[in-house]
Design a protein around this ligand. Structure first.
Ligand SMILES: [Zn+2]
Length: 443
């Protein structure tokens, strides 16, 4: 162990001992020049293994949100950050946590066990309640749904995917995948995806748009892609991001599942240090969760029309690729789909979403699920969607955001699926129409 690693371990141990976020602030560092971008990149490279970065939009006009404890905020005067202006985004993380009732109406205290009362769509729910609700919905809509297990986690929780398709479906109809909760602390992605499922099921036979959509496309939805991490975030450490697999360091658990896919594994934007928030794991697909998704999607690859991975926060619709800035050949089509989807989101919810290549809007990462599906399964339409908000609450959104966010998923994802499935006619310009190659999803 090097001296640096020893100091990092010491720091991390202190953080583990104190699970309160009292006095921690979230700072927003604003990037106005290319020099700022270069400086912040050097700072992130030095500190990424022990600081908690909340959001990273690494470009001129972008910003970086980082949580710093009282002991850490002297880093703001370090030489890399000297010229970068910053504001306080969240004054006291613990106070905000206490103030925002995460557990919804009438619930100020969370349960410490997985056993809990019924599921509620107006609050956040623990992993066991979420799974129970998936079983309940499957039983209520047996003709429209099928629950598929794609493995179980290190702690033995099931990895459940709900398939939804209409009664008039064709054999071999195209498929679309949606996942939420790959990162444990992004609770909104779990709750809003659950409500998205409910709206699809209730909409079939009552809403012509949803009925047509489900009669022509099968949805495979995994609202809780990282149940162990979510349980830990629920019970112990609200801002936990990874899963809970043991690592080579006893007191540093967890792998960042969105760095564990077999695409440019271990490259830029990932860490091989097991205590890091972006630890990529000992090897690609070392984790049950990523392996489960990969195995399922490989088995339906010829039918896969689109892949949508839900994260938070920042309100962005991200197009491929994440691990390289190299332009992909179908970028124009991606931008068209993103343009149409974000326009629809604005019309339906009033919320503004930006769109563009992930590397341009955010940063370069490796081992990303969308990149793997795009590159290895040859699925042309893979998108990462950073849901709300813009940073006022960050990961600590109050439950009142669940419904509007589920409307973002409903309007955005369905608009995207519609345009992808329809092919050239729905794209915006004749030039783009000519360039558009309709994906052949049938064998
Ligand atoms: Zn995420």
């Amino acid at each position: 162990m090097t001296v640096r690693e020893f100091l990092l371990h010491l720091l991390l141990l202190c953080q583990i001992v104190s699970t309160s976020y009292r006095g921690d602030k979230v700072y927003r560092l604003s990037l106005s020049t290319e020099v700022d971008v270069k400086d912040i990149l050097s700072f992130i490279t030095e500190t990424r293994d022990y600081l908690d970065y909340w959001q990273t939009e690494l470009h001129v006009g972008g910003h970086v949100d980082v949580r710093l404890s009282r002991q850490q905020d002297e880093l703001l005067s370090s030489h890399h950050l000297r010229n970068i202006s910053h504001t306080v985004q969240i004054e006291d993380v613990q106070k905000l946590l206490n103030k925002v009732s995460h557990y919804g109406r009438g619930r100020t205290k969370r349960s410490t066990s997985d056993d809990e009362a019924d599921y509620s769509y107006t609050r956040f729910n623990n992993p066991a309640a979420t799974h129970r609700e998936m079983y309940r919905l499957a039983a209520q809509y047996p003709n429209l749904t099928r629950l598929v297990g794609v493995g179980s986690t290190h702690q033995g929780r099931p990895l459940l995917v709900m398939e939804i398709v209409g009664l008039k479906k064709e054999r071999n109809c195209p498929m679309v995948w949606v996942d939420g909760g790959l990162h444990a602390r992004e609770w909104i992605t779990v709750a809003a995806t659950m409500l998205f499922i409910k709206k699809l099921l209730e909409g079939y036979g009552t809403d012509p748009y949803i009925t047509d959509m489900l009669d022509s496309t099968k949805f495979a939805i995994q609202p809780l892609a990282n149940p162990d991490g979510y349980a830990y975030s629920w019970n112990s450490e609200r801002l936990w991001r990874k899963n809970r697999s043991p690592t080579s360091v006893a007191w540093c658990k967890g792998v960042d599942l969105n760095r564990n896919f077999d695409i440019n594994f271990g490259g830029q934007g990932a860490s091989d240090f097991s205590c890091s928030e972006i630890y990529n794991g000992p090897n690609a697909f070392s984790e049950h969760e990523s392996k489960g998704i990969a195995r399922y999607l490989s088995s339906v690859r010829h039918k896969l029309l689109g892949y949508f991975s839900l994260h938070s926060y920042g309100q962005m619709w991200l197009t491929p690729l994440s691990y390289t800035r190299k332009k992909v050949t179908d970028r124009t089509e991606h931008l068209d789909v993103a343009h149409i989807a974000t326009r629809k989101i604005k019309e339906a919810t009033g919320q503004k979403y930006s769109y563009g290549p992930a590397t341009a809007l955010m940063y370069v990462t490796s081992g990303d699920s969308s990149d793997w599906v795009y590159s290895e399964l040859n699925c042309s339409h893979t998108y990462g969607i950073e849901l709300g908000d813009m940073g006022r609450y960050g990961f600590l959104l109050p439950p009142s955001h669940i419904r509007p966010t589920s409307n973002v998923i409903l309007s955005g994802v369905l608009a995207a699926v519609e345009v992808i499935a329809a092919g050239p006619d729905n794209l915006t310009t004749p030039r783009r129409q000519r360039k558009y190659k309709r994906r052949k999803w049938r064998n």
